[in-house]
Design a protein around this ligand. Sequence first.
Ligand code: NDP
Length: 446
Amino acid sequence: MADDFDFFVIGAGSGGVRAARVAAGHGARVAVAEEHRVGGTCVIRGCVPKKLLVVGAHFAEDLADAARFGWQVGDRRFDWPTLRDHVLAEVARLSGIYQATLDSHGVSTFHARAEIAGPNRVRVGGQEVRARHVLVATGARPMVPDIPGAGLGITSNEIFHLERLPARAIICGGGYIANEFAGILHELGVEVIQLVRSGQLLRGWEPALAERLMAISIAKGIAIRLNTVPVRVEQGGCGTLVVHDQHGHRMEADLLLWAVGRLPNSAGLGLETVGLALGPDGAIPVDRQGHTALPWLHAVGDVTNRIQLTPVAIREGHALADTLFGTTPWSVDHDCVPSAVFSHPPLASVGLTEGEARNRYGPVRVFTSDFRPLKNVLAGREERALYKLVVDAASDRVVGAHMIGPDAPEILQAVAIAVKAGLTKADFDRTAALHPTMAEELVLMR
Ligand code: NDP
């Protein structure tokens, strides 16, 4: 029987849209199915709206600091619906651009849930279609702990739509989303308690940076409770929530945000009908190029639970489409991927932490720069930025670069090129400083 499509993509998020567009560019007949909105987590309920909230929230500090720079700012008031609605309008605009890209490349879009019906067969919108290749790019969904009352909390899916800001929020988690929303909500005037199950924030990050974020967050007024795990949530009076922890403490708030990790969205896709065994947490096991054990079935992005980052999913989708339909197969290098936490202030990192580098290389040299950014000095803010460079002692290669401070993500993206290219500390030192910047510290650490 003839195939209806060469390539059927389930999920129009970052990875799926890139794969569809590139495959269509190679001349493939492509379809995409999306049950929610075109754009996926990053555009609709993740990176983009989050970053806009981070920017919006940061005005709180800028406006407070303005007086030290001679600006008389009158009555300051924040209106959540204005920020929320502008952000949601931008999300809608971007979703439209994603759809337009699919349309202009001749990709057929099914605005419906799709499931695998059998080998090379997809059930979508009440019909069954055949495809030579099928890609699962369905992303991940927020995890919610299995405790009584957990459903009273919300996740990052819902937070962008809040009708009003709560007076008090409890955020459970110590990772990316928890720290980003702790910062956003705190800047917007919400009283924030952050519950962290271990003894540290951002496990896996360079500990010196995580400790600096914790110190700054506490100084700003965010209450961080370490070694704390919620065991029960219940409704309090007047619409409040009460969270009980394992020590028997009770905490009350108006909103509870679960930010405890994201699980691959692989359930109910019909994968069992074709005998595909899932990995831990429901991840779809794939090789480096995104192929599953079935020759016609592929997966990219968060549903494979390798690195849950948008640029990685985009590359994986691109590589797969080139490999299946182009002339030059390639696969994504998952080593040395930079990432950032858009907390207040943000952290960014590329390469190995000091501990990881010692384990991998043995002797390492570590360089730090701990300084108060000029703007903070004049504003009278005590907040200090911190850099850490990790250098393999034998080769002199910079194998890790880490920073917390204003603009850290912007600076680290550029440094990531140097680290990925394997440049040495001597190369950094040979480079003249660009003064006065925060980035110049990179070439001044001795
Ligand atoms: P993270 O993996 O970053 O953090 C999860 C946090 O929840 C950790 O502190 C973890 O603790 C804790 N945790 C896990 N299970 C439980 C539990 N049952 N009870 C209490 N605490 C628990 O997940 P996020 O949800 O913040 O984000 C998911 C992923 O999405 C990130 O890993 C990242 O890849 C991506 N992302 C990227 C962003 C960016 O690039 N800026 C922004 C947002 C998300 P422990 O450390 O002890 O395991």
